[in-house]
Design a protein around this ligand. Structure first.
Ligand code: MAN
Length: 583
């Protein structure tokens, strides 16, 4: 005979759990006696049991009780066969789906239903029936084992109900807070609209003022321009003169050098003449070879004065002038020979030393291709004092200060007045223009805010402008909703951008439960960082955790009242988070 159990379905006239507990089957109340009698009738008559009380084999949930009619053969629930009812719970698996053995562990794929009176019912794999482990809080899964399982459903049920009530209360509180967030969000939206209108007006006025200033500026700049034109003409003339003088000076210098290098004075520079000058020893081997000399003669055997002025001198000038610079003539009237490259102090006559000096010059004059720091090191190592070649080149140019003084002309009184008036008009215009730009910027930023989606009831708007932090072992994470997500290593290194506000990314029916921040700093050899924010109901807006489930993909968990929906009233049915409670 299948193991039967009597269950009490929840109806308006049910026995209270306390009463059921106080009336074990041995001593039945008149009502229980009636129920049993009715059950016996049902068994005898084969009627379908649809009463408040249901007899059913062990391990069968109420919802399936009607399939287990002891007056008929049992049809496996998957339709895989029909067996005599006596085979139900006979500890032998007959049906493929295990539905004939709901109360034993005979079928590997079957399920045992714990009624768990006082707490939530539970389906467990039937392999756990009588395995010595208490799975059901009412101990019904261990009816034939030696385990000492006791019924703890009432205590557990009470604790669960208390917890559910607490959660319910939190939800309610969160829901009420959400109403305030909505109110505040709507208020801010209206304020922003008003502000935008104000700013638009202000900007219109500012634009009008700027246009006016622009007109004034144009008006006073015209006479200023005319007045300055004559000064510009003077200045241009001065500059042209200075340029011509400079050019003439340079040419004279070139001619002088030519005369100096042209040993025999025949008006032609030769390879031999250059070979007689140590300064052209390019590779510093102590000897000026014909190739080295020809380099300066543009690969020719000779060079006349004209070619020298155009292309020879520009090439030789740095080397030649360097020699001159280092040479301190013994008398003011230095003989031509004295212009030969001088020896480095303390190493007179040593060709190698001379080479080093020239090398030093080259380092200064030409790009070494090295990092300036490295170059600095090099210079330190060679132990030779620096020469400022720029200064050398400018030796004969007009000194800077003097030049500036010349440019900084004094205008006549009338011109000066025009310049001052124009300067003032320019300043006024710049200021008016700046104001227009500032207002435009402010307006744009407010308009952008108005375009953001702060939730169906503006409930998230109050979060814009705030930031929330969460710190774990390595990093402090910061989320500034509708703006950005960042990660700051505790080690003190700089912040890493994890992403900019992107969009709401929850599922269609719950879009506002997730946020997406994208386009963060690119991972080494990987994608740009991004962050998902999962939002749960809570009485406080805060981050409750941050993880990195995939490299450079971050998951922020956050609670906020903004997503707290109105809780269902559970006070009447003593519900639990798991749903229906068997009492
Ligand atoms: C940094 C952090 C980590 C990330 C690695 C990837 O260390 O942003 O979160 O995983 O870079 O290289």
């Amino acid at each position: 005979m299948p193991g039967f159990q009597l269950d009490v379905n929840k109806t308006a006239d049910q026995e209270t759990p306390a009463k059921v507990a106080a009336n074990p089957l041995g001593r039945k109340s008149p009502k229980m006696k009636f129920i049993l009698a009715l059950s016996m009738f049902c068994l005898a008559s084969g009627a379908v049991v649809k009463a408040a009380e249901v007899l059913r084999p062990r391990g069968v949930p109420l919802s399936k009780a009607s399939f287990y009619d002891p007056t008929r053969d049992f049809n496996c629930l998957d339709g895989s066969g029909t067996i005599p009812f006596a085979y139900v719970n006979d500890d032998y698996c007959d049906c493929q789906d295990g539905s004939d053995e709901p109360g034993t562990s005979a079928c590997p794929n079957g399920f045992f239903y714990c009624t768990n009176v006082g707490h939530s019912p539970l389906n467990i794999p039937s392999s756990r029936v009588n395995d010595g482990v208490c799975d059901c809080c009412d101990a019904s899964d261990e009816y034939a084992s030696v385990s000492n399982c006791v019924d703890t459903c009432r205590e557990l049920g009470r604790a669960a109900r208390e917890e559910a009530a607490k959660q319910q209360e939190e939800r309610l509180k969160g829901f009420q807070m959400r109403q305030s967030m909505i109110e505040e969000g709507r208020k801010r939206k209206k304020e922003a609209e008003v502000k935008i209108d104000e700013l638009k007006k202000e900007r219109e006025e500012a634009e009008a003022a700027r246009n006016e200033k622009e007109e004034i500026k144009k008006l006073v700049e015209e006479p200023e321009k005319e007045a300055l034109e004559k000064y510009n003409a003077i200045e241009q003339e001065r500059k042209a003169k200075a340029d011509a003088e400079q050019k003439a000076k340079e040419e004279a210098e070139a001619r002088e050098a030519f005369a100096h290098l042209d040993n025999d004075g025949d008006g032609i520079l030769t390879v031999a003449e250059l070979q007689s000058r140590q300064t052209f020893d390019t590779n510093r081997d102590g000897e000026v070879t014909a190739e080295e000399a020809k380099f300066y003669l543009r690969q020719e055997e000779t060079m006349d004065l004209e070619t020298f002025l155009v292309s020879g001198w520009p090439m030789m000038r740095p080397t030649y002038k360097m020699d001159q610079r280092m040479f301190v003539p013994p008398t003011t009237e230095a003989p031509a020979e004295a212009l030969t490259p001088p020896p480095v102090p303390g190493s007179e006559g040593k060709d190698e030393q001379q080479g080093e000096e020239d090398e030093h010059f080259d380092d200064e004059d030409f790009d070494t291709g090295l990092d300036p720091e490295d170059e600095g090191d090099m210079e330190e190592d060679d132990g030779i004092e620096d020469y400022d070649l720029t200064e050398d080149d400018d030796v004969e140019d007009i000194p800077k200060e003097e030049e500036e003084e010349e440019i900084d002309q004094k205008y006549d009184e009338d011109t000066q007045k025009l310049v001052d008036a124009a300067n003032k008009a320019r300043e006024d215009f710049d200021e008016a223009d700046r104001r227009v730009r500032d207002l435009t910027r402010e307006l744009r930023s407010l308009e952008e805010t108005q375009e953001k989606d702060y939730g169906p009831e503006e409930e998230f708007r109050v979060m814009d402008g705030d930031c929330y932090e969460y710190t774990d072992r390595e990093y402090t994470y910061r989320l500034c909703p509708f703006d950005k997500a960042v990660q700051k290593p505790k080690s003190g290194h700089g912040e890493i951008r994890l992403g900019q506000w992107g969009e709401w990314s929850g599922p269609e029916e719950d879009k506002y439960s997730r946020m997406k921040y994208t386009g963060g700093q690119t991972c080494w050899n990987g994608p740009a960082r991004s962050a998902d924010v999962h939002i749960y109901c809570g009485v406080e807006t805060r981050l409750t955790g941050v993880t990195e489930p995939n490299r450079c993909e971050y998951l922020f968990e956050m609670t906020t009242p903004a997503v707290c929906t109105k809780p269902e009233d559970i006070s009447g049915d003593e519900g639990t988070p798991h749903g229906h409670t068997e009492l």
